[in-house]
Write a protein that binds this ligand. Sequence first.
Ligand code: PEP
Length: 247
Amino acid sequence: MKKKLIAGNWKMNGSLVVNEILVKALVAGNGQGTCLVAVCVPGPYLAQVQQLVAGKGIDVGAQDVSSHEVGAFTGEVSAVMLRDFGVRYCLVGHSERRQYHGETDAVVAAKAQRALAAGITPIVCVGETLAEREAGLTEEVVKRQLAAVIHANGHCISEVVVAYEPVWAIGTGKTASAAQAQQVHSVLRSQLRAATPQADRIHILYGGSMNAANAAELLAQTDIDGGLVGGAALKSAEFLSIIAAAQ
Ligand code: PEP
Protein backbone atom coordinates (compact mmCIF):
# COMPACT_ATOMS: atom_id res chain seq x y z
CA MET A 1 0.00 0.00 0.00
CA LYS A 2 1.37 3.41 -0.83
CA LYS A 3 2.37 5.65 2.04
CA LYS A 4 0.37 8.82 2.53
CA LEU A 5 2.13 12.13 1.91
CA ILE A 6 1.62 15.12 4.18
CA ALA A 7 3.12 18.30 2.76
CA GLY A 8 3.13 21.62 4.58
CA ASN A 9 2.89 24.86 2.62
CA TRP A 10 4.35 27.64 4.74
CA LYS A 11 3.41 30.27 2.14
CA MET A 12 5.19 33.60 2.82
CA ASN A 13 5.72 32.95 6.53
CA GLY A 14 8.76 32.26 8.67
CA SER A 15 12.08 33.64 9.81
CA LEU A 16 15.40 32.00 10.64
CA VAL A 17 14.46 31.86 14.33
CA VAL A 18 10.86 30.71 13.89
CA ASN A 19 11.78 28.10 11.27
CA GLU A 20 14.37 26.53 13.52
CA ILE A 21 11.90 26.14 16.39
CA LEU A 22 9.20 24.73 14.10
CA VAL A 23 11.41 22.27 12.23
CA LYS A 24 13.16 21.02 15.36
CA ALA A 25 9.77 20.30 16.90
CA LEU A 26 8.66 18.46 13.75
CA VAL A 27 11.82 16.38 13.65
CA ALA A 28 11.47 15.50 17.34
CA GLY A 29 7.78 14.61 17.02
CA ASN A 30 7.84 12.83 13.68
CA GLY A 31 9.91 9.85 14.82
CA GLN A 32 10.09 6.97 12.36
CA GLY A 33 6.65 7.57 10.95
CA THR A 34 5.14 5.49 8.20
CA CYS A 35 4.01 8.39 6.07
CA LEU A 36 5.97 10.74 3.83
CA VAL A 37 6.39 14.27 5.18
CA ALA A 38 7.55 17.43 3.43
CA VAL A 39 7.64 21.15 4.12
CA CYS A 40 7.41 23.62 1.24
CA VAL A 41 9.26 26.69 2.43
CA PRO A 42 10.03 30.17 1.07
CA GLY A 43 13.08 30.17 -1.25
CA PRO A 44 15.51 32.00 1.04
CA TYR A 45 15.05 29.35 3.73
CA LEU A 46 15.66 26.27 1.57
CA ALA A 47 19.27 25.90 2.70
CA GLN A 48 18.42 26.38 6.37
CA VAL A 49 15.57 23.90 6.37
CA GLN A 50 17.49 21.42 4.24
CA GLN A 51 20.22 21.37 6.90
CA LEU A 52 17.73 21.00 9.74
CA VAL A 53 15.93 18.01 8.20
CA ALA A 54 18.86 16.22 6.55
CA GLY A 55 18.65 12.51 7.35
CA LYS A 56 15.57 13.03 9.56
CA GLY A 57 12.82 11.66 7.34
CA ILE A 58 11.37 15.02 6.29
CA ASP A 59 11.75 16.32 2.73
CA VAL A 60 12.07 19.89 1.59
CA GLY A 61 9.83 21.43 -1.03
CA ALA A 62 9.74 24.77 -2.84
CA GLN A 63 6.58 26.76 -3.47
CA ASP A 64 7.19 27.72 -7.09
CA VAL A 65 9.65 27.24 -9.95
CA SER A 66 10.35 29.09 -13.18
CA SER A 67 8.81 27.78 -16.39
CA HIS A 68 12.11 28.72 -18.09
CA GLU A 69 15.30 26.73 -18.04
CA VAL A 70 17.97 29.42 -17.57
CA GLY A 71 18.85 32.98 -18.56
CA ALA A 72 17.46 36.51 -18.56
CA PHE A 73 14.46 36.03 -16.28
CA THR A 74 15.15 38.40 -13.39
CA GLY A 75 13.68 37.25 -10.11
CA GLU A 76 12.99 33.71 -11.29
CA VAL A 77 14.45 30.54 -9.76
CA SER A 78 15.07 27.53 -11.96
CA ALA A 79 14.34 23.90 -11.19
CA VAL A 80 18.03 23.05 -11.42
CA MET A 81 18.81 25.72 -8.79
CA LEU A 82 16.18 24.22 -6.49
CA ARG A 83 17.72 20.80 -7.01
CA ASP A 84 21.07 22.24 -5.83
CA PHE A 85 19.41 22.82 -2.47
CA GLY A 86 18.14 19.27 -2.13
CA VAL A 87 14.56 20.16 -3.04
CA ARG A 88 12.43 17.02 -3.45
CA TYR A 89 9.03 18.57 -4.21
CA CYS A 90 7.81 21.80 -5.74
CA LEU A 91 4.31 23.23 -5.67
CA VAL A 92 3.14 24.31 -9.10
CA GLY A 93 -0.08 26.11 -9.93
CA HIS A 94 -1.08 26.89 -6.36
CA SER A 95 -4.30 28.90 -6.56
CA GLU A 96 -2.53 31.93 -5.09
CA ARG A 97 -0.08 31.81 -8.02
CA ARG A 98 -2.91 31.36 -10.51
CA GLN A 99 -4.94 34.16 -8.91
CA TYR A 100 -2.33 36.81 -8.05
CA HIS A 101 0.30 36.08 -10.68
CA GLY A 102 -1.88 35.16 -13.63
CA GLU A 103 -0.47 31.67 -14.07
CA THR A 104 -2.30 29.91 -16.87
CA ASP A 105 -2.77 26.16 -17.28
CA ALA A 106 -0.02 26.24 -19.93
CA VAL A 107 2.46 27.96 -17.59
CA VAL A 108 1.64 25.52 -14.81
CA ALA A 109 2.20 22.60 -17.19
CA ALA A 110 5.57 24.04 -18.26
CA LYS A 111 6.60 24.46 -14.62
CA ALA A 112 5.73 20.83 -13.93
CA GLN A 113 7.87 19.85 -16.92
CA ARG A 114 10.85 21.86 -15.66
CA ALA A 115 10.58 20.32 -12.22
CA LEU A 116 10.40 16.77 -13.59
CA ALA A 117 13.37 17.36 -15.88
CA ALA A 118 15.41 18.38 -12.84
CA GLY A 119 14.36 15.33 -10.83
CA ILE A 120 11.93 17.26 -8.62
CA THR A 121 8.40 16.00 -8.03
CA PRO A 122 5.90 18.72 -8.90
CA ILE A 123 2.86 18.95 -6.65
CA VAL A 124 0.34 20.13 -9.23
CA CYS A 125 -2.48 22.09 -7.58
CA VAL A 126 -5.94 22.15 -9.13
CA GLY A 127 -9.21 23.41 -7.77
CA GLU A 128 -12.35 25.37 -8.47
CA THR A 129 -13.47 28.73 -7.10
CA LEU A 130 -16.71 29.08 -5.16
CA ALA A 131 -18.42 30.64 -8.19
CA GLU A 132 -17.31 27.73 -10.36
CA ARG A 133 -18.60 25.18 -7.81
CA GLU A 134 -21.92 26.98 -7.55
CA ALA A 135 -22.20 27.03 -11.33
CA GLY A 136 -21.68 23.24 -11.40
CA LEU A 137 -18.31 23.58 -13.11
CA THR A 138 -16.08 21.82 -10.56
CA GLU A 139 -15.31 18.73 -12.65
CA GLU A 140 -14.83 20.70 -15.84
CA VAL A 141 -12.37 23.09 -14.16
CA VAL A 142 -10.19 20.52 -12.39
CA LYS A 143 -10.13 18.25 -15.45
CA ARG A 144 -9.08 21.16 -17.68
CA GLN A 145 -6.31 22.13 -15.25
CA LEU A 146 -5.02 18.56 -14.98
CA ALA A 147 -5.36 17.88 -18.72
CA ALA A 148 -2.85 20.63 -19.50
CA VAL A 149 -0.27 18.95 -17.27
CA ILE A 150 -1.01 15.48 -18.65
CA HIS A 151 -0.75 16.76 -22.21
CA ALA A 152 2.62 18.47 -21.61
CA ASN A 153 4.19 15.65 -19.64
CA GLY A 154 3.20 12.48 -21.48
CA HIS A 155 4.24 9.27 -19.78
CA CYS A 156 6.08 11.27 -17.04
CA ILE A 157 2.67 12.08 -15.58
CA SER A 158 3.04 9.07 -13.28
CA GLU A 159 5.85 10.99 -11.51
CA VAL A 160 3.73 13.96 -10.39
CA VAL A 161 1.74 14.52 -7.23
CA VAL A 162 -1.68 16.12 -7.70
CA ALA A 163 -3.28 18.29 -5.03
CA TYR A 164 -7.00 18.99 -5.16
CA GLU A 165 -7.45 22.32 -3.43
CA PRO A 166 -10.90 23.89 -3.73
CA VAL A 167 -10.08 27.61 -3.76
CA TRP A 168 -13.01 28.39 -1.48
CA ALA A 169 -11.52 26.15 1.22
CA ILE A 170 -7.98 27.56 1.23
CA GLY A 171 -7.24 29.62 4.31
CA THR A 172 -10.94 30.15 4.95
CA GLY A 173 -11.60 27.54 7.63
CA LYS A 174 -14.16 25.96 5.26
CA THR A 175 -13.21 22.40 4.39
CA ALA A 176 -14.70 20.31 1.63
CA SER A 177 -16.61 17.47 3.27
CA ALA A 178 -14.89 14.10 2.99
CA ALA A 179 -17.55 13.05 0.47
CA GLN A 180 -17.15 16.22 -1.63
CA ALA A 181 -13.37 15.79 -1.67
CA GLN A 182 -13.53 12.06 -2.50
CA GLN A 183 -15.91 12.75 -5.36
CA VAL A 184 -13.44 15.13 -7.03
CA HIS A 185 -10.48 12.88 -6.22
CA SER A 186 -12.19 9.98 -7.95
CA VAL A 187 -12.72 12.14 -11.05
CA LEU A 188 -9.01 13.04 -11.03
CA ARG A 189 -8.03 9.39 -10.54
CA SER A 190 -10.13 8.34 -13.53
CA GLN A 191 -8.53 11.04 -15.63
CA LEU A 192 -5.06 9.83 -14.59
CA ARG A 193 -6.04 6.19 -15.30
CA ALA A 194 -6.93 7.19 -18.83
CA ALA A 195 -3.47 8.75 -19.18
CA THR A 196 -1.21 6.15 -17.59
CA PRO A 197 -1.34 2.55 -16.38
CA GLN A 198 0.54 3.79 -13.27
CA ALA A 199 -2.27 6.06 -12.09
CA ASP A 200 -2.85 4.18 -8.87
CA ARG A 201 0.61 4.97 -7.57
CA ILE A 202 0.11 8.73 -8.05
CA HIS A 203 -0.55 10.62 -4.82
CA ILE A 204 -3.62 12.81 -4.95
CA LEU A 205 -3.57 15.14 -1.94
CA TYR A 206 -6.44 17.14 -0.50
CA GLY A 207 -5.77 20.73 0.56
CA GLY A 208 -8.03 23.37 2.05
CA SER A 209 -8.21 24.09 5.77
CA MET A 210 -7.07 20.57 6.70
CA ASN A 211 -6.44 20.43 10.43
CA ALA A 212 -6.05 18.04 13.35
CA ALA A 213 -9.83 17.70 13.73
CA ASN A 214 -10.77 16.88 10.13
CA ALA A 215 -7.65 15.11 8.82
CA ALA A 216 -8.53 11.54 9.80
CA GLU A 217 -11.88 11.54 8.01
CA LEU A 218 -10.46 13.13 4.86
CA LEU A 219 -7.45 10.81 4.81
CA ALA A 220 -9.68 7.74 5.19
CA GLN A 221 -11.23 8.31 1.74
CA THR A 222 -10.26 5.85 -0.99
CA ASP A 223 -8.64 8.34 -3.33
CA ILE A 224 -7.18 10.78 -0.79
CA ASP A 225 -3.51 9.90 -0.52
CA GLY A 226 -2.42 12.70 1.77
CA GLY A 227 -2.76 16.38 2.50
CA LEU A 228 -1.39 19.73 1.41
CA VAL A 229 -1.58 21.77 4.58
CA GLY A 230 -1.27 25.57 4.81
CA GLY A 231 -2.12 27.33 8.07
CA ALA A 232 -1.96 24.21 10.21
CA ALA A 233 1.58 23.48 8.98
CA LEU A 234 2.85 26.51 10.88
CA LYS A 235 1.92 24.99 14.25
CA SER A 236 4.07 21.99 15.10
CA ALA A 237 1.52 20.22 17.33
CA GLU A 238 -1.25 20.61 14.76
CA PHE A 239 0.93 19.48 11.87
CA LEU A 240 2.17 16.48 13.87
CA SER A 241 -1.44 15.51 14.63
CA ILE A 242 -2.21 15.53 10.91
CA ILE A 243 0.87 13.39 10.26
CA ALA A 244 -0.29 10.99 12.99
CA ALA A 245 -3.72 10.77 11.37
CA ALA A 246 -2.03 9.72 8.12
CA GLN A 247 -0.16 6.80 9.67
C1 PEP B 1 -2.62 25.81 0.96
O1 PEP B 1 -2.14 26.93 1.04
O2 PEP B 1 -2.23 25.02 0.10
C2 PEP B 1 -3.67 25.44 1.93
C3 PEP B 1 -4.28 24.30 1.78
O3 PEP B 1 -3.90 26.34 2.92
P1 PEP B 1 -4.85 26.11 4.21
O4 PEP B 1 -4.53 24.76 4.76
O5 PEP B 1 -4.46 27.21 5.15
O6 PEP B 1 -6.24 26.20 3.73
